[in-house]
Design a binder for this molecule. Structure first.
Ligand SMILES: Cc1ncc(COP(=O)(O)O)c(C=O)c1O
Ligand SMILES: N[C@@H](CCOP(=O)(O)O)C(=O)O
Length: 508
């Protein structure tokens, strides 16, 4: 679990933390960012936060910029770079961009320094470092002023020790990273705080270039975008495939005041349209094709390392759709390794629904040529994506860590979610896909009993009550609903109630 800064100790001298009473509230700090900075910079020498401010000023701030993803993939240092203040989503060759950090500047600080700095920020109400994303600000978006940040203190999600489920499948070290325990109920908050913060900055720097923010969505991206935009007073526009997202997801952008366009197409059609619209108007693109999003999402990887006292898990299993998140996790684990905080990468597993499995097909065929598919209906509706934008990012990540791609049928994903629910979880169908992949890899002996394994739960189960209710009512055609636990209707009399109890619990 999290270690306090004091317990770990800095590389030089022990950090002297400011007394709690002197810590300004987030709101005060947001309003008086310069005062806060001065205040912390004037605390005792040896305070690592003060030192970070002072050293960053003395040596030039940490920096990040956009470079073509192709340069990252080929390991070349090209001349094509863009400021993060540019409104640009693709490189000149049409490929995606990536956020590249000034590694030399980060590497001036040793591993112990970074661990102590990050651990010392966990769970505080200090602006903005109390956020699980902004606690790693130097690795995320170093140049943004604290005053421009739009945050809901996202991140810091719990790791669920799946003790009972693990025992059932012969595992002793199984964990579920609950990224759905978040403001809008999915991991998208981690990326959206970064993207909307940058938009907030741009809207002050060049108001004419960004007048609204838009996305295509299967439900979770739109929920996060509309919430963060509403918090910042920025207009948002969401493109949703008509009748293909859950009711709980649909109501989120409606409630947050977004312009909600329900379009008679699938997600891939919405994604094509939003790219055209954002290319032709001052509407900023908020999908994970925009690499700013991934900078926030990568902090979940660093958070997992912190939660394990900086030990690297053996496996991380993640449901994949548009495929930005697997690359984000890879970036987080890689930066921690490259800066010496850890010594290896975990093996990543992308889990796809069989009805929307283009990456699985490419993996099965030995990474020959990638071919998009027409995604079919799946209960894992948020990953019903046939032409993932980040496919090349995902392949790079998987190849770098000896990764695996698995698939799950509708029955396998619903059964896996329901079976794990019986041990105390409440899984969304996408987490069900990841759990089904885990079961397969365990059965084949690929994942060993003692391997430390993290399943990433990407959304809250409460967003998907329709399909979960239908499962327990055994109403889904073609599914046996093996783990169904339907409610029992009884008359208002003691005998009927006791009969129902004894039918379920023989000993009573
Ligand atoms: C709940 C949920 N799980 C998983 C994913 C897959 O993430 P990615 O598109 O980054 O692969 C998404 C979105 O696509 C999602 O909304
Ligand atoms: N599941 C996503 C699909 C879009 O993914 P993105 O990460 O590229 O925005 C959603 O919830 O919309």
């Amino acid at each position: 679990m999290y270690r306090s800064a004091g317990a770990l100790g800095p590389s030089t001298s022990a950090p002297s933390l400011p007394a709690r009473a002197s810590v300004p509230s987030a709101r005060q700090c947001a309003r008086r960012a310069s005062v806060c900075t001065r205040a912390s910079a004037s605390t005792a020498p040896g305070d690592i936060r003060s030192n970070a401010v002072l050293r960053a000023r003395a040596e030039g701030t940490f920096r990040a910029e956009y470079v073509p993803f192709a340069d990252i993939a080929s390991g070349t240092v090209g001349k094509e770079t863009y400021s993060l203040d540019d409104v640009v989503y693709r490189a000149m060759d049409g490929g995606l961009l990536d956020v590249k950090h000034d590694f030399e500047a980060l590497a001036k600080y040793d591993a112990k320094y970074w661990k102590t700095l990050f651990d010392g920020r966990v769970g505080t109400a200090r602006w903005p470092h109390g956020s699980g994303v902004w606690s790693k600000k130097e690795w995320v978006l170093p140049q943004i002023s604290d005053d421009d940040i739009v945050s809901m203190f996202e991140g810091n999600s719990n790791l669920f020790w799946a003790e009972r489920f693990g025992r059932q499948i012969g595992m002793s070290d199984l964990w579920v990273k609950q990224c759905g325990n978040s403001h809008t109920g999915s991991f998208k908050d981690l990326g959206m705080t970064v993207l909307v913060s940058q938009v907030n900055r741009l809207s002050k720097l060049r108001p004419e270039s960004v007048q609204a923010v838009g996305c295509a969505s299967t439900g979770d991206t739109s929920a996060a975008l509309s919430a963060y935009c509403a918090a910042a007073g920025i207009p948002s526009i969401v493109f949703l495939p008509a009748d293909k997202i859950s009711l709980a997801q649909l109501v989120q952008p409606i409630a947050n005041g977004a312009l909600v366009l329900s379009i008679d197409t699938d997600f891939d059609g919405c994604m094509r349209l939003i790219q055209e619209v954002t290319a032709a108007s001052p509407i900023y693109l908020a999908n994970s094709m925009n690499s700013l999003r991934l900078e926030g999402q990568k902090t979940a990887a660093i958070e997992i390392l912190q939660q394990f006292d900086w030990e690297v898990p053996d496996w991380l299993i993640i449901p994949g759709g548009n495929l930005g998140n697997v690359y984000a996790f890879y970036k987080g684990f890689k930066l921690a390794r490259d800066l010496g905080l850890t010594d290896r990468l975990p093996r990543l597993v992308v889990a796809q629904a069989r009805n929307a499995n283009p990456l699985y097909r490419a993996y099965r065929d030995g990474w020959g040529t990638f071919a998009p598919v027409k995604a079919q209906t799946t209960f894992a509706s948020a990953i019903q994506i046939g032409d993932p934008v980040s496919v090349h990012r995902a392949i790079l990540a998987l190849e770098a860590c000896d990764g695996i791609v698995e698939e799950a049928s509708e029955e396998e994903l619903m059964d896996a979610a329901a079976r794990a629910d019986l041990t105390g979880m409440f899984n969304c169908p996408h987490t069900g896909v990841a759990l089904a992949a885990l079961l397969k890899l365990r059965e084949r002996g690929v994942i060993a009993p003692s391997d430390r394994t993290v399943v990433v739960s990407t959304a809250h189960g409460l967003k998907f009550t329709q399909s979960k209710t239908a499962y327990h009512a055994a109403e889904i055609q073609g599914l046996s609903s093996r783990y169904a636990n339907p409610p029992v209707t009884v008359r208002e009399d003691l005998g009927s109630v006791m009969d129902a109890i004894r039918t379920k619990f023989a000993k009573l």
